[in-house]
Design a binder for this molecule. Structure first.
Ligand code: SAH
Length: 395
């Protein structure tokens, strides 16, 4: 590995790294030997000169994102080994060679010891999304490592980093194929079929993190009239109709997502007779919500993108949840989510309590939800648990 600088932490500021927390904040650094640029590989030492870790230099307040902890330094074939370890975990969890589901997250950033990197497998296509310059610079090595791990199992590898990278202050040369080519791909998830447009779609193309929660909704959908707000390409809608919901209204502000939803319903042989598509701003729609839904899904985008947005974000969540709780039928179920990393579970639950108080209805928690097991969260990096969800019964 090409090491561009050595970073020495201040005395007493090495505890977090010793506890495997993968971020070094600039305030913990005593001195830097060398002039690391955003994305360079650097080594981290304690104040006494003991090697601690290796990581990527970053431009923001997180100065280093660690991908390897000591006592030994990274060996040869490091990246291939990391990918292979991540693959072995998915295999052990039953995600690979699964006839009912062939899409899963292979790399979940810090959860797989690779901060700044997400990789999703959609049947025979891998989509790489780098959130840091360091991971972006490694994309061709990572593609080679993926080819070695999967062999003929992959027909294409697509780099979809540009949007995520620009949000974290990095620059990319644009999205594109690192290997092979494909227009889109089709996956199955719990036996349901979906077309994944990883080129035009949002994020890497599909929200795999909701897989278990879609399966949970399937258990309760029968005989219910459903509103799926922030529906994207209709994951929850397909499951609900396939399991006997009497009617589903799907709502999203993206007309493109709604077109994809139509294709997904057809692919699953679901009649349009019991489905309505609405392209609208969910906040406007929810403010004049009718009272005849008995299952509502609220799965908005992150309303609080960073810590400083938390207050505003919570107000946004409270607004939509109050509208849903106020208007849902008695005995109705609300599947409500937040994917804001900056809002933790306690904040989310107390926001729901405020909504219930404002709506003057009794609300009971039936389930706590999170992301599926292909999104492992390091115990030392609780920030990784970004998705929170509750299934609520409104009396
Ligand atoms: N539940 C989906 C994922 C939702 S992602 C699934 O299971 O696949 C969030 C969605 O919210 C995106 O599709 C985005 O287009 C939509 N969105 C963002 N702002 C919106 C708004 N103000 N009103 C309606 N939809 C919105």
């Amino acid at each position: 590995m090409n090491i561009s600088a050595t970073i020495f932490l201040s005395k007493g500021r090495d505890e977090a790294v010793r506890r495997f927390h993968p971020w070094v904040f600039s305030g913990a650094i005593n001195r830097i030997v060398g002039k690391p640029e955003d994305g360079d590989i650097v080594e981290v030492f304690d104040d006494s000169g003991n090697y601690l870790a290796t990581g990527h230099a970053c431009a923001g307040s997180i100065a280093v994102k660690i991908f390897h902890f000591g006592p030994d330094k990274p060996g040869i074939d490091f990246w291939e080994r990391k990918l292979s370890d991540a693959y072995k975990l998915r295999k052990a969890l039953g995600f690979t060679s699964n006839r009912r589901s062939n899409a899963y997250r292979l790399i979940f950033s810090e959860g797989d010891g690779l901060p700044g990197l997400v990789t999703d497998i959609y049947n025979d296509v891998a989509v790489i999304q780098a959130h840091s310059t360091g991971m972006y610079l490694l994309r061709t090595d990572l593609a080679e490592a993926l080819k070695k791990v999967y062999g003929k199992g992959l027909t294409a590898i697509y780099d979809k980093s540009s949007e995520a990278l620009s949000k974290s202050g990095g620059k990319s040369g644009g999205d594109g194929f690192l290997f092979g080519t494909a227009v889109n791909t089709e996956i199955i998830e719990n036996g349901r079929r979906f077309i994944i447009d990883f080129i035009q779609g949002q994020k890497t193309g599909f929200f795999l993190d909701q897989r278990d929660n879609r399966a949970l909704l399937a258990k309760y959908a029968k005989g219910r009239k459903v509103l799926n707000a922030f529906c994207y390409t209709g994951g929850f809608s397909v499951y609900a109709l396939a399991e006997g919901a009497t009617h589903v209204t799907s709502l999203d502000s993206s007309a493109k997502a709604m077109e994809a939803l139509g294709r997904n319903l057809t692919l699953n042989n679901i009649s349009m007779a019991n489905h309505e598509s609405i392209v609208a701003d969910a906040k406007v729609y929810l403010s004049t919500l009718s009272d005849d839904f008995d299952l509502i899904v609220l799965d908005p985008p992150a309303f609080a993108k960073r810590h400083s947005d938390r207050h505003k974000g919570l107000q946004g969540y409270k607004f939509i949840n109050t509208a849903a709780i106020r208007n849902i039928r008695s005995g109705g179920l609300l599947f409500t989510f937040s994917c804001s990393q900056a809002i933790d579970n306690d904040m989310f639950v107390s926001m729901i309590m405020s909504s219930a108080i404002e709506a003057r209805r009794n609300v009971r928690i039936l389930h706590h939800m999170g992301h599926s097991a292909d999104h492992p969260v390091s115990i030392f990096h609780p920030e990784g648990a970004y998705l929170k969800g509750l299934v609520l019964m409104v009396d």
